[in-house]
Design a protein around this ligand. Structure first.
Ligand code: ZN
Length: 305
């Protein structure tokens, strides 16, 4: 009987050691996993938090710009045409962005707000900043309806106002739709400054608007997203001289029926010796720490002033 008991005791002991071994291994694995995650998170932190990232998205014939501020807050300026909406949502998921802190709709044209409709329907948005220009189109109606349906605060941009999303970044509205007749001239124009780096996003603003804002504000920018997809109605000579950009971005689709960008604008831009990037075949990403700027993960380039 004692012999049987001894065998039974040994058997129980073996099982216990075996089980504790398993549980130890599990515990060790979980600790190891959490270490990897925290290292990844730290890497993510180091890579994105102190930097401003501005990505001009390839959305076909239209405009969409995704901005990640140094403090992690996110802004989407326009959403391209209707068909771009799903692609933008996929990009946000890819970049692990679960929400947008601000959506800016520069003006009510379909190639800017069409894609915003599905983004607003599917991604949590904290606030929508609108030009204040109303428009009688099905797209505009659907856009307003999508904002109302999700109960998102809908704010009209005021000229000159600053958008306080990150204490280290100045974001100013240089133009809005108040009292404007046409959609393009109603475009919200944004000037974004992070230390030495300036970005100027023109929406579809025309030469008349360019004149107005250059007489009122400091329009110099290192990166200029030219107005109206490089149309001859925008990017006047005097304006380009004042902005004096090191890089320009033109958002358009190859073979579009409007002939964007216009040959005269391209000629003018080449004459100023700026580096020209387009969204015709890919997204264009700028990342800056406020001292230097990286384009498409290239080498950091000094900001020329
Ligand atoms: Zn447009």
């Amino acid at each position: 009987m004692t012999y049987v008991r001894a065998i039974f005791f040994c058997f129980v002991l073996l099982i216990c050691v075996g089980l504790s071994g398993v549980s130890y291994a599990r515990y060790d694995f979980s600790v190891h996993t959490s270490k990897i995650i925290s290292q990844e998170e730290r890497g993510h932190h180091q890579l994105f938090v102190p930097k401003l990232t501005v990505t001009f998205l390839k959305v076909g014939q239209g405009d969409a710009t995704l901005i990640v501020l140094p403090n992690g807050r996110t802004i989407l300026v326009d959403g391209g045409p209707h068909e771009a909406g799903e692609a933008i949502i996929h990009k946000l998921i890819e970049k692990r962005m679960k929400q947008l802190d601000l959506v800016v709709s520069t003006h009510p044209d379909m190639d800017h707000i069409g894609g915003l409709i599905s983004v607003i329907q599917q991604i949590p948005v904290t606030m929508v900043l609108d030009s204040g220009k109303h428009y009688y189109s099905l797209t505009y109606h659907m856009y307003v309806k999508s904002v109302r349906k999700r109960n998102i605060p809908f704010i009209y941009a005021r000229e000159g106002q600053f958008l306080p999303l990150d204490p280290n970044v100045s974001i100013q509205v240089l133009n809005n739709g108040k009292g404007k007749n046409g959609n393009n001239e109603s475009s919200i124009v944004l000037k974004i400054r992070y230390k030495k780096a300036d970005f100027l996003l023109m929406g579809d603003a025309d030469t008349k608007t360019e004149k107005n804002i250059m007489n009122t504000y400091d329009v110099h920018a290192d990166v200029l997203k030219v107005g109206h997809h490089g149309s001859y109605t925008s990017s006047g000579k005097d304006f380009l001289q004042k902005v004096n950009p090191q890089f320009v971005v033109i958002s358009y689709e190859k073979g579009n029926p409007y002939g964007h960008p216009h040959r005269s604008v391209m000629k003018r831009l080449h004459r100023y010796g700026t580096q020209i990037y387009t969204t015709a075949s890919r997204d264009i990403e700028f990342q800056t720490d406020g001292e230097s700027i990286k384009i498409q993960n290239g080498m950091p380039l000094p900001l020329l002033k």
